[in-house]
Design a protein around this ligand. Structure first.
Ligand SMILES: [Zn+2]
Length: 490
């Protein structure tokens, strides 16, 4: 199967925060999971570079807009590299290929009569670069930023979104997995059914930054209109459109679940298969991370303290896939120590070391009574991932880690003579368990999976649970003990 998965494209207005890291890690796990199952996967991420706010931020920092954007995009790319994000393409919406695709879709919509010129008055948030209706912002404050909205009147081009309202409601209702999870799906249906949509203003006056409207250089295309097109620009040339899963945060659900489908439907382009809305990572105090509360967590700081896979594991398992969760460093350290270090790392260490010490480093499955059948585990994990419940997928995998541990503890290979056939049997079954678990784990913790498999003489590839030989090499300590920081002043 050909399948593509996308993150939202990052707004390079500053350094990436924990929410960016979370979204990339979640999306990366789905990309790796589907690759592990043998699918052809295209993983797209990128940067949204045409926002008008970038001009102001660049001015404030004393750089040209282009220099400012380049500098920030480099930091986002660095974060991706440090987090082992396996993207296949990083699209920047200032690139020629994207401008070309945006112009093409503009022209299709204009020729079909879906774009018209008019004037507009409404309440506008500069930070969101969006208008809000009276129903959404009864107090004239931005529902996202809680800052006063500005009454703006401007001339420009509009997309006839209102005439597709009934169609989009029907599309979402008749395709239960188009918007996931149900909480988000219900939220969007209820908003769509509560008030008539207004046509969307899709241009801004040209102040020297953004994609000019074809043939109308006084205007640039509204950043949301062009940003959404990035998915199509990059996926279609590689033959991956439309079997696409968009992974996004809740704050941009409206644009992905309503505006984007309407743009495509009006242009007679096939729709993506799914919009999956992940939860928000909250601060330890349960509040939204914000500069004003100074309760944010810098992803670069975290991975200086713990292995990147401990960070990935914590975010994937401790933050529920369908709601919000708090980031608590002590919990991360606890899971690093107990689940990763003790349950998984020690299992690998003791089975491989014991085998290398007592018999040769070459283990074959001949004349072995097989102890484990992992088919049910794989079926369960597949189903949970399809439900976009990656936190429960890891929970399920850990049941198996514990089961293999229990097997080793019960069988006590250290008390069995090494020339006994039973010793080889226990060791082989232990290694086989580690092998399958590590392959499955490599979708979520790629570095860990690869290192564990290397100590069995194997390489991560497409999932393969057939029995074979193991050539053992000394296993590394995957999750070294992290001593709690002591305050030197005490
Ligand atoms: Zn706002």
């Amino acid at each position: 199967m050909k399948f593509s998965v996308t993150t939202a494209i990052d707004y390079p207005n500053g350094a990436p925060h924990l929410g960016h890291a979370y979204e990339k890690i979640v999306t990366d796990s789905y990309a790796r999971w589907y690759r592990l199952l043998g699918n052809e996967v295209f993983f797209l991420t990128g940067a949204d570079e045409n926002g008008q706010k970038l001009v102001k931020s660049a001015e404030a920092s004393g750089l040209s807009t282009k220099e400012f954007v380049d500098k920030n995009v480099a930091v986002f790319k660095d974060l991706c590299a440090k987090l082992n994000i396996s993207y296949d393409d990083f699209i920047r919406t200032s690139e020629e290929r994207h401008i070309k695709a945006t112009h093409e879709i503009w022209k299709i919509l204009e020729d079909k009569g879906d774009i018209y010129f008019s004037s507009y008055q409404g309440h506008y948030c500069l930070n969101c670069e969006a208008y809000y209706t009276d129903l959404q912002a009864p107090d004239k404050k931005c529902p996202e930023h809680h800052t006063p909205l500005e009454l703006v009147e401007e001339e420009g081009y509009f997309l006839k979104t209102s005439q597709h309202q009934a169609w989009v409601i029907n599309h979402i209702k008749s395709n239960p997995t188009f918007v996931m999870p149900d909480l988000s799906r219900n939220e969007i249906i209820s908003r769509l059914e509560s008030e008539p949509m207004r046509d969307l203003s899709i241009t801004r006056p040209n102040k020297g930054w953004g994609i000019p409207v074809p043939g109308k250089p006084d205007f640039v295309i509204y950043t949301w209109f062009d940003a959404l097109i990035n998915y199509y620009t990059a996926s279609t040339v590689r033959g991956f459109w439309p079997n696409t899963m968009h992974v996004i945060g809740r704050d941009i659900l409206w644009f992905h679940a309503v505006i984007w489908p309407i743009m495509l439907h009006a242009a007679k382009i096939a729709l993506p298969s799914q919009v999956y809305v992940h939860g928000m990572v909250l601060a330890a105090d349960g509040k939204k991370m914000s500069k004003s509360l100074n309760n944010g967590v810098d992803p670069f700081d975290v991975i200086k303290e713990v292995p990147v896979d401990s960070f990935r594991y914590y975010l994937l398992r401790a933050i529920p896939s369908n709601s919000n969760g708090a980031f608590v460093m002590e919990d991360l350290l606890k899971r690093h120590q107990s689940e990763l270090g003790n349950d998984y790392g020690n299992l690998l260490m003791r089975v491989v070391k014991l085998s290398m010490k007592r018999i040769s480093g070459e283990i074959t499955p001949e004349n072995i009574k097989v102890a484990f059948n992992f088919e049910p585990l794989i079926a369960d994990m597949k189903e949970l991932m399809l439900k976009r419940e990656h936190h429960r997928t890891l929970e399920r995998l850990w049941q198996e880690v514990n089961m293999v541990n229990l097997y080793i503890n019960d069988q006590k290979p250290w008390s069995v003579k090494e020339d006994d056939r039973l010793f080889k049997e226990i060791i082989y079954n232990g290694l086989y368990g580690i092998d399958v678990i590590s392959q499955l784990l490599s979708a979520f913790l790629p570095e860990t999976g690869a290192k564990a498999l290397a100590s069995l003489g194997r390489k991560p590839s497409v999932l393969d649970i057939t029995h074979g030989n193991y050539t053992l090499v000394d296993p590394p300590v995957l999750f070294p003990r992290i001593e709690p920081k002591t305050d030197p002043t005490v």
